[in-house]
Design a protein around this ligand. Structure first.
Ligand code: BGP
Length: 467
């Protein structure tokens, strides 16, 4: 009954510049908000990471050995523009030219994320996404990327996990609240609005400058389940689905604000301010596909908190979130968890993609999915990560189920190609097919080792998903 994967399916994996590259202030790179933020206690800083900046040739060769058809990576804004705007750094342009060419040498399609959590520190000081000028900063940066790489790069992603930034931005170190902020919700959704407009304008510009390129958003989309079939819980699930997921895709695809979110913002005096040109940009922007990250679903019940207790800003992606009267996140008793407490829900992957395809009718490109775990390197240089193989088997199977249900997929680029620094947990939480020999604070050799999942994924790709 299962349909095969499409012939040109983009099997690959993902990374982001600030988590994988290292060389954080080398060859003219300016600091980003990630370089100046307070590093969570007990975790590594971002100076060396997996050192991909110096070892990209070896890394791409290993990806080619696995048979990758694509590699999704991000461009560090401050490598290209050390101060965020103004002068271009030729060394930065050169690095990504080399990286792109290295991919193409092996027939690996580069998929470029333009913004992955690393706002230039100088622009951060000027208010980051809270500054209305941030729209133009981003569009100017996008133009430079299109001019320099557009002749070879076909797939573009705008902003990684804009929805996670909006829900938890300060936790990741990317969004900030101004001092003495009186309406947190309004401030955060104004920043979100700037990102939405910046994304829309970057999509329009991409289509103008590069008629053959394809561009899409890259939010983190996870279907929200009601905790029970109590109608109040169903309403709570619809609320969180709108706030967490559909706000971003309704805007990216249809250029409209989701009605449930908009009236919630209105009730809280928190609707964003539009400037002339915003509406037109939103209406004129049409993504070619939906890029999305998926780790797990969320489950919610009705919230009986009153507004006085409300926290507009949420914790990290996994912890119990509550918005007074709107929803309350609860554990799903049917789902196992990873060693780091993240629920594992492959069937929810199928459900999420069916829902997305039904709402938006655009091909889906998985830009992240994966299992963070404590891996161990044996003395003879092996990593036995059967748990990761099982995780991937289950999720890939559900993509095939979803394709058989009638959805359309462009590719699968899980997190991550190679071990890198996690957003909260440093180096101990590993995701890669390729092991990097370093500890949290001891850089050791930084040598690369093939995990068991490396050999397994190679077979999956060679058989186009049949393994
Ligand atoms: C996504 C981010 C990635 C990545 C991944 C895993 O939200 O886009 O940058 O880090 O999650 O998260 P973590 O590193 O916290 O385990």
């Amino acid at each position: 009954r299962l349909k095969p994967f499409p012939k040109d399916f983009l099997w690959g994996a993902s990374s982001s510049a600030y988590q994988v590259e290292g060389a954080s202030l080398e060859d003219g790179k300016g600091p980003s908000c990630q370089d100046v933020k307070e590093i969570p206690e007990g975790t590594s800083d971002l100076k060396v990471c997996a050192d991909q900046y110096h070892r990209y040739k070896e890394d791409i060769a290993l990806m080619a050995e696995m048979g990758f058809k694509s590699y999704r990576f991000s461009i560090a804004w401050t490598r290209i523009l050390p101060k965020g705007t103004g002068e271009v750094n030729p060394k930065g342009i050169e690095y990504y030219n080399n990286l792109i060419n290295e991919c193409l040498k092996y027939g690996i399609e580069p998929i470029i994320t333009m913004f992955h959590f690393d706002m230039p520190a100088t622009l951060d000081e000027r208010g980051s996404w809270g500054n209305p000028d941030s729209v133009q900063w981003f569009v100017d940066f996008a133009r430079i990327l299109y001019e320099n790489y557009g002749d070879r790069v076909k797939y573009w992603l705008t902003i990684n996990e804009q929805n996670v930034l909006t829900l938890s931005g300060p936790v990741i170190g990317t969004l900030h609240l101004p001092e003495n902020c009186t309406n947190v919700l309004k401030e955060i959704y104004q920043q979100n609005h700037h990102m939405l407009v910046a994304q829309a304008k970057a999509m329009v510009l991409c289509h103008e400058m590069l008629p053959n390129a394809k561009i899409g958003p890259a939010p983190n989309i996870s279907l929200v389940y009601p905790a029970t079939c109590k109608p109040e819980d169903v309403i709570a699930a619809q609320n969180f689905n709108a706030i967490r997921n559909w706000l971003y895709l309704d805007m990216a695809v249809y250029g409209i604000y989701n009605a449930i979110v908009w009236s919630w913002l209105e009730e809280n005096d928190a609707t964003p301010t539009f400037v002339p040109g915003d509406k037109e940009a939103m209406k004129n922007a049409h993504p070619d596909f939906i890029g999305f990250n998926y780790y797990n679903t969320a489950t919610v019940a009705a919230s009986d908190l009153d507004a006085a207790e409300e926290t507009a800003l949420m914790g990290d992606q996994q912890s119990g979130r509550e918005m007074a009267g709107i929803f309350k996140q609860v554990d799903n008793p049917n789902l196992p968890k990873t060693e780091f407490g993240w629920e594992i829900d492959p069937v929810g992957f199928r459900a999420t993609t069916r829902e997305m395809y039904s709402r938006y009718h655009l091909p889906l490109l998985v830009t992240e999915n994966g299992l963070g775990a404590y891996d161990t390197l044996t003395e003879d240089g092996k990593v036995h990560d059967a748990y990761r193989i099982h995780y991937y088997q289950d999720h890939i199977r559900q993509i095939q189920e979803s394709i058989s249900d009638g959805t359309e997929f462009l590719g699968y680029n899980p997190w991550s190609a190679i071990d890198l620094i996690s957003t909260h947990e440093g180096m101990v939480k590993r995701y890669g097919f390729i092991y990097v020999d370093r500890d949290e604070f001891d850089l050791k050799t930084l040598d690369r080792f093939r995990k068991d999942s490396f050999y397994w994924y190679k077979k999956v790709i060679a058989s186009n998903g049949e393994d």
